[in-house]
Design a protein around this ligand. Structure first.
Ligand SMILES: Nc1ncnc2c1ncn2[C@@H]1O[C@H](COP(=O)(O)OP(=O)(O)OP(=O)(O)O)[C@@H](O)[C@H]1O
Ligand SMILES: CC(=O)N[C@H]1[C@@H]2OC[C@@H](O2)[C@@H](O)[C@@H]1O[C@H](C)C(=O)O
Length: 395
């Protein structure tokens, strides 16, 4: 009996030696849609990949404001959430078509799209503390809209399977970091500084039972929020405001007391926890009535730097090479903290590994899609050994 057209196409793609996949990431910074066009050869530990094209298409202010109405909010308008689920899927499809057109690639040449969607709420059980409820997370931007509008098979909603397999739904970076980032003989920490900072530990031994990936704490999320509130800017370009301010040591010390840092690894978090309301509560507890906006940003930047360096000092007990990625890797004020605090580390960017630091998370989803189509579950320590995502077909 013949397979239907969708399954036949999927079967053909799965059997190819080489696949062309698009990875999409729209992160917690809400800065834009990252689109990575990658060529994959093989799968699992034999994966070879090439980044053919990459672009971040910035979101306009109207779109950001629409998403912010539900983003990381405990209570939101259900109609707005429902509309956004369809709208984001459809909008992302338009942006993909725009990028393909720019790169002069026809949709028919692309084997699959792997879409992260937009996280609107992340709620691991450690955080929500509601008995009887599991780890939970919600990404919107439905894959059917992407598949139908682009005509390309789309895999989406990766995080639910990680939760179903016993994880918190993040960080998924683990899988790509092991496949693309390990090197025998070099202890590596792959550090992504996005809205939230996360890291994957890759020991020189390459012993998969020692590998772990975890969120560290705030990356750019608090800095961005304060920049928007006090300077009407989306972020602190090149750390200029932070470098002009003075760190408030009392505030910094209090921020570092957050219980998240004491919880055992691996763990995840988000702007649901690390937001300006948390900072304002601490300012009020400390009876600090006024703080210069530049000093606040200097302090929040130091906070990110301290969280990352404290993490490395606590969990990495050897000389390590840190490969940084994400937008925070372009903030000299954050990076200089890490370099100053960590004398037992060589701090580079993933560019030194041939992985564009801005494209890394979009590449991750392209790689996860390649595994879902052609790979086998890979056991890495206690992490869920699973293939993730849901298929949407164009027809
Ligand atoms: N030149 C720069 N100087 C300072 N900060 C920068 C610079 N370029 C990017 N950033 C920061 O990086 C952020 C975007 O980072 P990125 O795209 O890695 O985040 P994301 O993918 O949304 O986050 P997450 O990984 O948490 O989901 C910006 O909001 C900004 O804070
Ligand atoms: C729930 C969610 O969207 N988490 C993101 C977020 O952004 C950074 C950090 O928090 C990380 O845990 C994760 O994304 C990356 C891509 C990951 O899963 O590896």
């Amino acid at each position: 009996m013949a397979l239907n057209r969708n399954l036949q196409q999927l079967f053909n793609i799965a059997q190819k030696d080489e696949r062309l996949g698009i990875g999409l990431m729209s992160g917690t910074s809400l800065d834009g849609l990252d689109i990575a066009l990658c060529r994959f050869n093989g799968h699992g530990m034999q994966t070879r990949f090439e980044l053919l094209n990459f672009v971040t298409i910035p979101y306009d202010d109207l779109f950001k404001d629409e998403v912010r109405q539900v983003f990381a909010k405990r209570q939101a308008d259900m109609e707005q959430l429902t509309l956004l689920n369809a709208h984001i899927g459809s909008y992302h499809a338009e942006l993909i078509l725009q990028a393909l057109n720019q790169w002069q690639i026809k949709p028919a040449e692309v084997d699959y799209i792997a879409s992260h969607g937009q996280t609107v709420y992340h709620a691991p059980a450690r955080q929500h503390n509601q008995s009887g409820y599991p780890n939970a997370t919600l990404q919107i931007g439905d894959g059917d809209h992407i598949a139908v509008k682009t005509g390309i098979i789309t895999i989406s909603d990766f995080r639910q399977k990680h939760i179903a397999g016993g994880g918190e739904g993040a960080p998924l970076a683990l899988y790509a970091d092991v496949l693309l980032g390990s090197e025998p003989g070099e202890s590596r920490l792959l550090l992504n500084i996005g809205g939230i900072a996360n890291a994957t530990w890759l020991p020189a031994s390459q012993n998969l039972s020692e590998v772990f990936s975890t969120d560290i704490g705030p990356g750019n999320t608090l800095i961005d929020a304060a920049c928007k509130k006090y300077f009407d800017q989306p972020y602190d370009k090149d750390g200029a405001i932070a470098l002009s301010g003075i760190v408030n040591k009392i505030l910094l010390k209090a921020l570092l007391q957050h219980p998240f840092f004491e919880q055992k690894l691996p763990k995840t978090t988000g702007p649901e926890v690390f937001n300006l309301a948390f900072v304002e509560q601490i300012l009020s507890d400390l009876e600090i009535d006024t703080i210069k906006p530049a000093d606040l940003i200097a302090t929040l930047t130091a906070y990110t730097g301290e969280c990352i360096s404290n993490f490395v000092k606590t969990y990495v007990n050897t000389y390590v090479t840190i490969y940084a990625s994400g937008g925070g890797a372009s903030n000299p004020a954050i990076i200089s903290y890490i370099k100053k605090n960590l004398t037992q580390a060589n701090v580079l960017t993933t560019g030194a590994l041939g992985i564009n630091p801005d494209a890394k998370e979009a590449i991750l989803f392209a790689l996860l899609g390649n595994e879902t189509i052609a790979g086998e579950p890979i056991a890495i320590g206690k992490n869920p050994a699973i293939l993730m995502g849901k298929f949407s077909f164009p027809y």
